[in-house]
Write a protein that binds this ligand. Structure first.
Ligand code: DUC
Ligand code: ZN
Ligand code: ZN
Length: 487
């Protein structure tokens, strides 16, 4: 009789805090012992010369989602989670996206119905709030937060999604009261609309003009406004998919002033630039996402932000659209940048890209890599320490990496349903070769072992990160002295 279902031995185990040579004993899906000479397991994995890391958490990805323009993602919960697992990710947090007029509760039920039978790894949901009606804000949202949907995204741009500042304040005040974390897509809607119509009026519809219309000042201005709204009500916020130097500066500045402002960035802002959108014909459509990739200086600023703690999380923002009429090119070669579905795939390459160019090129140490790709996601979204670390009592969600393995990226080796990758032809060093979810082998030797529907839903707890500072701005403090509760 073995003490463990599985023992991983002889590997180098790294968490966000430490790197140690130790073995891992796993029973009933959970890490039960860390140490040396653990004894036998029913199964053993020899991890000599391998790195044993917490499975990645991708806390920003779009799966089986219909965009506000009605375009459906190329990946369903099967292909997306399989692709995630092959890239070393063991938990995803996609969005249950409300369209205007929809009941939030019903939206959540629909996403459960889609994910339950298909996901091969564990998943939670953020909400997207596009219609903060009285019913949604007064009843549905508070109830959903209590049911484990403790984070939600709001947009400051897009005709069918954007909230105005007043609506943003309404949403922030519910988040404050209920302890939820608000994720903000910060771009100035009017600037983008104005630039877009000027460009199109002048016949400039090619993909490269997407990056012109989504100007970096639009991102900087909206980020600044989001921080001010957050400060006014003393509500923590997370700025998602940050790409521009102007926005990074605003976030850093808020953090320096002691505000609970969090930042997320993504592979496209490290490895792509606006020049990619200028590739011949409509090829540039493959690189159109919002905010768009910028220039080399912005790439460097994003690296610096990962190094100095401005960014807590590195997510894929996997928004998969095929390069045809069903996705990127609704009007074929005549599609203008305004009509191109916004988003790039990246759920499988998020970790290998950051490992190779971050850890491999000594821009990040291994512990920072783990923090940025797993631990901090679990902490921000109320999944820690069940997820995001390797510790006694944690789920045995583990990726075993061969740090020397060299891979030339091409769409054909990936497991998503997109048909192209923005990272075609790149050479990476380091790859997750064995991936476990709750002690079950999901990927081994390039093969999938987990059945459809074996992933489990994870209700999220309220997180410390979302707690207000408790220091209202002076105006609010004076109102509350007078007995008025404003938030
Ligand atoms: N926002 C996202 O989060 N993903 C893709 C496009 C967008 O605008
Ligand atoms: Zn967004
Ligand atoms: Zn997104």
């Amino acid at each position: 009789m073995s003490d463990f279902d599985l023992v991983i031995c002889n590997g180098t185990v790294a968490t966000a805090a430490d790197t140690t040579a130790c073995d891992i004993g796993i029973k009933d899906g959970v890490v039960v012992t860390l140490g040396k000479n653990l004894g036998r397991g029913a199964r053993e994995i020899d991890a000599t010369k391998r790195l044993v890391l917490p499975g990645g958490i991708d806390s920003h990805c779009h799966i089986e989602q219909r965009s506000s323009a009605g375009v459906v993602c190329a990946d369903d919960f099967y292909s997306a989670t399989v692709s995630a697992a092959f890239g070393g990710t063991t938990t995803v947090i996609p969005f249950a996206a409300q369209h205007r007029g929809q009941s939030l509760r019903q939206v959540v039920e629909e996403y459960h119905a889609a994910a339950g039978p298909k996901a091969v790894i564990d998943y939670a949901f953020h909400l997207i709030i596009s219609d903060p009606s009285e019913q949604v804000m007064g009843q549905e949202l508070p109830a959903l937060i209590r049911d484990g949907y403790t984070s939600f995204k709001v947009y400051m741009t897009y005709d069918l999604l954007a909230l105005d500042d007043r609506q943003m304040l309404d949403v922030l005040s519910v988040a404050r009261r209920e302890g939820a974390l608000v994720m903000v897509h910060a771009e100035n809607h009017e600037m983008i609309k104005w630039l877009t119509s000027r460009l199109l009026d002048r016949g400039l519809g090619a993909p490269r003009y997407h990056a012109v219309s989504h100007a970096r000042l639009a991102e900087g201005e909206a980020t600044n406004r989001a921080v001010a709204l957050s400060q006014l009500l003393d509500v923590p916020i997370l700025l998602v998919h940050v790409s521009a130097c102007e926005a990074i500066e605003v976030i850093r500045n808020g953090q320096t002033r002691g505000l609970k402002i969090y930042g997320e960035t993504c592979p496209q802002y490290l490895f792509l630039t606006a020049d990619d959108l200028a590739r011949p014909g409509v090829e540039g459509a493959k690189f159109c996402c919002s905010p768009p990739p910028r220039d080399r200086a912005a790439q460097q600023a994003v690296w610096t932000g990962l190094q100095n703690g401005t960014f807590q999380v590195f997510s894929s923002d996997h928004a998969p659209y095929r390069f045809d009429g069903s996705g990127k090119l609704p009007r074929g070669d005549r599609t203008t940048f305004k009509e191109i579905a916004n988003g790039v795939p990246g759920i499988e390459l998020r970790l290998p890209l950051l490992f190779s160019e971050g850890v491999g090129q000594k821009r990040l140490d291994l512990n920072a890599f783990v923090a940025l790709t797993a631990t901090n996601h679990a902490k921000l979204y109320g999944l820690y320490p069940k997820k995001g670390t390797i510790a006694v009592g944690s789920d045995a969600d583990i990726a075993i990496w061969d740090p020397e393995r060299e891979t030339r990226i091409t769409a054909g080796i990936l497991h998503d349903n997109v048909g192209y990758t923005p990272y075609e032809g790149r050479r990476l060093r380091g790859w997750p070769v064995t991936v476990l979810s709750r002690g079950r082998i999901v990927v081994e030797d390039g093969k999938l072992s987990a059945p459809r529907g074996s992933g489990q839903f994870l209700p999220c707890a309220l997180s410390e990160a979302a707690k207000p500072l408790g220091v209202p701005v002076p105006e609010l403090a004076s109102a509350s002295v007078a007995g008025a509760v404003l938030v």
